[in-house]
Ligand binder design. Sequence first.
Ligand code: SAH
Length: 381
Amino acid sequence: MNGRLLVPIFYAVLGYRMPRVASSPNQINLLSLTEDGLASLVKDLNWPAYRSIQILRWLYQRRVRSVDEMTNLSVEDRKRLAARAVIGRPDHCRILRASDGTAKLLVALNDGLTVETVLIPDDERLTLCVSTQVGCTLDCNFCLTGTMGLRRNLKAYEIVEQVLTAQDHLRKDERITNLVFMGMGEPLANVNELSDAVRRLTNKTWGLTWSARRITVSTAGLASRMRDIAPLGVNLAISLNATTEAQRDSLMPGAQRISSLKALLAACRRYPLPPGRRLTFEYVLLAGVNDQENDARRLAQLLRGMTCKVNLIPFNEFQSSPYRRPSDVSVLAFQSIIRRAGIDAFIRKSRGREVLGACGQLGTLPASVAEGALTQIESHC
Ligand code: SAH
């Protein structure tokens, strides 16, 4: 059976296993409301406006799961709110832990689909890799998520839910230090919900009080939408992966149709970088395809003069992919050419490969789990 067929089958198995969130169809999910939406509900209930902030704090800062836990509302008010609304948080999530500490969280959505988010510990950092779509709009052919097609865009609250769920599962001494939108999906193909999610994450009054400097949004290169996220103040990463139009067309056909390499680089040069920040260019290294000395020289040439750094990602292999991971020696050779051209270049460590939690591996379960070796799974909430 070929890989294209296997992916949806594994996915269907996974989707089937995930329980749905229970809520009555007449009740509003408080998490699905924007700040304005909640303000209208509060007004409708004839409550003072400050009650919105109280409720938002319970939702995002205290992460409560029921209206009844909102103890600065009177018992009577809690009853009135509970008659109209629920807190639509999933009551279940599965976790796959790799031996390097990486954990892949499978978060249930209320239509039975599942979204994946990955917690990656590394020295002082604890990074959460967040998804913005189930599947992906694009079809980059070295990426497992890309082979799934797009199931659907995530709503802002489903994006934020990944952070809330991850926080629920941290040890007392742990704190997420960085958020990267590098999970399933193309963030800029879902830019409105992404922006709404980032505003909830960064809101200092009632939100998760994240600093935008610790958040990175990665795009496969939707050049015309890059300026839409500039006002959010987050860091921008661009998955370049190729150094000629033809090479990019063969590796990332969907992205290339939306924006040529030339147009993408022009948009990067125009991007309004805040002082002290730089763009990140990601470059997946595929053995014998885009990892040669000539590729490195062309990459350095394309980026000349830009305020940027390069993250090199040695290809993470998955079944059914024709590509191979380059040797460490050739990865280092590629890096040194970029560095000699005066551009900072780093090699991204591959984390969580055994749970298919590394870059480009989101979208299915490792075969051993799919076949029923459930010992790798913990289930909580
Ligand atoms: N769609 C966005 C967000 C996903 S980020 C984007 O493309 O930027 C995922 C990163 O992992 C991207 O830089 C992508 O190029 C890279 N990637 C995808 N598949 C990979 C694989 N199999 N091995 C290593 N990196 C991969």
